[in-house]
Every structure is written in structure tokens, then in C-alpha cells.
Design a protein around this ligand. Structure first.
Ligand SMILES: *Cc1c(COP(=O)(O)O)cnc(C)c1O
Length: 400
């Protein structure tokens, strides 16, 4: 497998903002604390704010509505995504929930058939009950998306790269469809992070994150975020954020603020480690297919090189044969890769989509979508690549 030679892994944003991504990651949203000069945004662990007279306050009244630590994070995320407004939520799911609450019964959403399981569950098990309608199609095929759009379609919901097959959806093509059909385009940017992909720059109206993953980056916080440009949309979402109340606390906001200061360094290392791991897996006799968008033979490689600044740290692979036990044996014999849900932290994780994240999808449907019983998903961390490769090789060789 050849490396991702056409990617510029060290990211400089293509936006017209003058500073490079690494500089923004370190400085975005942080101003020295006005009262003490503290260089780090304090954790404003407070529920309320004293007013000098009724209605006479410093912009903060109650921490569900606004909190200075959260404000700093929201501004930082907006800057990293080249957007005007950032909004943080208690979890990624709460962020998606807020977006769908901007819709009304009868409204229709087109999304991908390769969607994060929790998003699929929220759409079908919660919002269909309130009369919002959803269609799920193969979004790597523009014709299928076009065919699914109806007069009442209000939103196109994209996730790219997808989980766990790392398929790539063409954001610019989806933006064109959205504009022509008078609906909004939302992109779940969790797998790429703004270090590698900034969808607002290429026509998206809304970016969503599970900040639990790469933005937080240290597996110590659960959080969600939305970034938009449009003032009216931002106001609508802020109204829902405050009314529904799924907001994150100041401690969690601080943790994500701290996480994003190293986002560019972490993502560069996630990408280079993923490349080394994907290469090693490709060369192993027991491995059938390796899925990683940096590989030139990955079906989404061309689009990925256009819309991403690096292929990311997620790799999945299937074993030869179709025995789930073979996958289980590998999953239970890695020593560095920990068997766990989630992704995007500094430590490497290994998972089995068929029995973990995608267990609720019937087997036939899973197989039809290309999700083999032997498929193994890796969130490649930032450890020494040689140690990660050693660990996978000993697990594949059954040496443990
Ligand atoms: C984890 C994840 C979510 C949900 O986010 P939470 O923070 O777990 O609520 C949504 N989309 C993607 C792609 C994810 O990986």
C-alpha cells in the first residue's frame, strides 16, 4: 500500500483567516482572564451570577443559558471550523437532537445508510414518533440522494468518513444538491475533526461534533458541539440549547478547551500511525481487506484527497474466512489496543462492529452493507507505531 502522498497532513486551513490551524488550535477562544490575568480560561463552577440591579448583569445570568468556560470553548470551536457561531451540548447526541428539533412534523431528512448507530436510533426511534420523516440512502451515489429528496425535505445529514468502513461522502456535491433543493446540509465531522476537514468551507450549513472523540482527545469527557454561520440558525439552536437544557458543565468545557490545543499534533500523529498500521495489516496473510481513506485503492480516496487534509486515524480490516470466532480471538489478544467502544483518544482502541456498535442491525443487512462478521475497527492512538504494529501482529499470529 502506498502512503497518502497527496494529503497535506500538516494542516493549514484554506480559509481566508490568516492564521494556520496549529496557531488557532492553541489560541482560539482563549483570552487572559480579565480579573487575574490567568492565561488559561478558569473553570467557572457556578450556577448563577450576581446582578447589581434587576437585569443589570455582565452578560451572564444562569449557567444553563451561558457560562464563561463554555463560551470560551464555543468561540474556539467556531474559529477552528471557520464558522461564526459555536454551541456546545452535554453529548454529541444532544447536539444532533437540537438540530432535528428545528424541524416540524412532516419535514423530511435525507441521510446515509452508513450512519452512526446512535444517530440512526435517535432519528427512527424518537423523532419519527414526532412526525419527522427520514430516508437513508447510499450517499456515495449522488443519484440516490437526489432521488430521495422530496418537496418537504429540509435537511441533508451527512457523516464522513463513515463508521466503520470509512466510506467518503462528497461534501461539495451534497452542498450543491442541498442548495438546488432548498434544504440545509449538516455534516457530522466527528471522525475527521476540523484539523482534517472543515465542511463549512465547502458549502455545508452546519457542522456537528461528538467532542467526546478527537476534540476532547483524551477519553475523559462526553460532549457535543454544533458550528454554523447563519445568525438566524444560530439563534434558533441557542434557543433550543437553553430550552431543552442539555448543556455541558464548566469542568467538561475546560477539558475540551485543553484538548483542542494539541488537536493538530495529535491528528498528524493519528494519521501517520494509521498509515503505518494499515500498511502492516495489508501485508499480513490473515487479513482480507483493509479500509483506510489514505490508501490509493480505497474507493473514496480521490474525494478524500480533495476535501480532507489527512485521512484520519481510524482503520478497519476484515479477516480471511467468515468465522466470527477468529475476530474474537484477535480482539481478546491485543495488549496495547484496548477492547472498548469510542474512538479519538490518545490511546489505541480495538472494537468489533458486528457485536458492539452495529449489533442492533440484522446480520443480513449488515453483510449487505459490507460489514463482515470478521471486521475489526481500530482507533489508532498516538503511541509508538512499532509497538502498535507489534501488538497487532502478535494478535494475528496467535502468539499471545
Ligand atoms: C460518538 C459519536 C456520536 C455521538 O456522540 P456522543 O458524544 O457519544 O453522544 C455521533 N456521531 C459520531 C460519528 C460518533 O462517533
Amino acid at each position: 500500500m502506498n502512503g497518502p502522498t497527496t494529503f497535506a497532513i500538516h494542516p493549514m486551513t484554506r480559509s481566508n483567516r490568516s492564521r494556520g490551524f496549529g496557531t488557532k488550535a492553541v489560541h482560539a477562544g482563549s483570552e487572559p482572564d480579565p480579573t487575574t490575568g490567568a492565561i488559561m480560561t478558569p473553570i467557572y463552577q457556578t450556577s448563577t451570577y450576581v446582578q447589581s440591579a434587576p437585569g443589570d448583569h455582565k452578560g451572564y445570568e444562569y449557567s444553563r443559558t451561558q457560562n464563561p468556560t463554555r463560551t470560551a470553548l464555543q468561540n474556539a470551536l467556531a474559529e477552528l471550523e471557520n464558522g461564526r457561531h459555536g454551541l456546545c451540548f452535554a453529548t454529541g447526541m444532544a447536539a444532533i437532537d437540537a438540530v432535528i428539533k428545528t424541524l416540524r412534523p412532516g419535514d423530511h431528512v435525507v441521510s446515509t445508510n452508513d450512519l452512526y448507530g446512535g444517530t440512526y436510533r435517535l432519528f427512527t426511534k424518537i423523532f419519527e414518533g414526532f412526525g419527522v420523516r427520514f430516508s437513508f440512502v447510499d450517499m456515495t451515489d449522488k443519484a440516490q440522494v437526489l432521488a430521495a429528496i422530496r418537496p418537504e425535505t429540509r435537511l441533508i445529514w451527512v457523516e464522513t468518513p463513515t463508521n466503520p468502513l470509512l466510506r467518503i461522502i462528497d461534501i461539495a456535491a451534497m452542498a450543491e444538491l442541498a442548495k438546488k433543493n432548498d434544504c440545509l446540509l449538516a455534516v457530522d465531522n466527528t471522525f475527521a475533526s476540523p484539523a482534517l476537514q472543515t465542511p463549512l468551507d465547502i458549502g455545508a450549513d452546519l457542522v456537528m461534533h461528538s467532542a467526546t472523540k478527537y476534540l476532547g482527545g483524551h477519553s475523559d469527557v462526553v460532549m457535543g458541539a454544533l458550528i454554523v454561520n447563519d445568525d438566524t440558525l444560530s439563534e434558533k439552536l441557542a434557543f433550543i440549547q437553553n430550552s431543552s437544557g442539555a448543556t455541558p458543565g464548566p469542568m467538561d468545557s475546560f477539558l475540551v478547551l485543553r484538548g483542542i490545543k494539541t488537536l493538530h499534533l495529535r491528528m498528524a500523529r493519528h494519521c501517520s500511525n494509521a498509515e503505518a498500521v494499515a500498511d502492516a495489516l495489508q501485508g499480513h496473510g490473515r487479513v482480507d481487506k483493509v479500509h483506510w481513506p489514505g490508501s490509493p485503492d480505497h474507493p473514496g480516496h480521490q474525494i478524500a484527497t480533495r476535501q480532507m487534509r489527512g485521512p484520519g486515524g481510524m482503520v478497519s480490516f476484515s479477516l480471511k474466512g467468515d468465522r466470527m470466532e477468529d475476530a474474537f480471538a484477535v480482539l481478546s489478544s491485543t495488549r496495547l489496543f484496548s477492547l472498548a467502544e469510542s474512538l479519538g483518544g490518545v490511546e489505541s482502541l480495538i472494537g468489533h462492529p458486528a457485536s458492539m456498535t452495529h449489533a442492533s442491525i440484522p446480520r443480513e443487512e449488515r453483510l449487505r452493507n459490507g460489514l463482515a462478521d470478521t471486521l475489526i475497527r481500530l482507533s489508532v492512538g498516538i503511541e509508538e507505531p512499532a509497538d502498535l504494529i507489534d501488538d497487532l501482529m502478535q494478535a494475528l499470529d496467535g502468539r499471545s
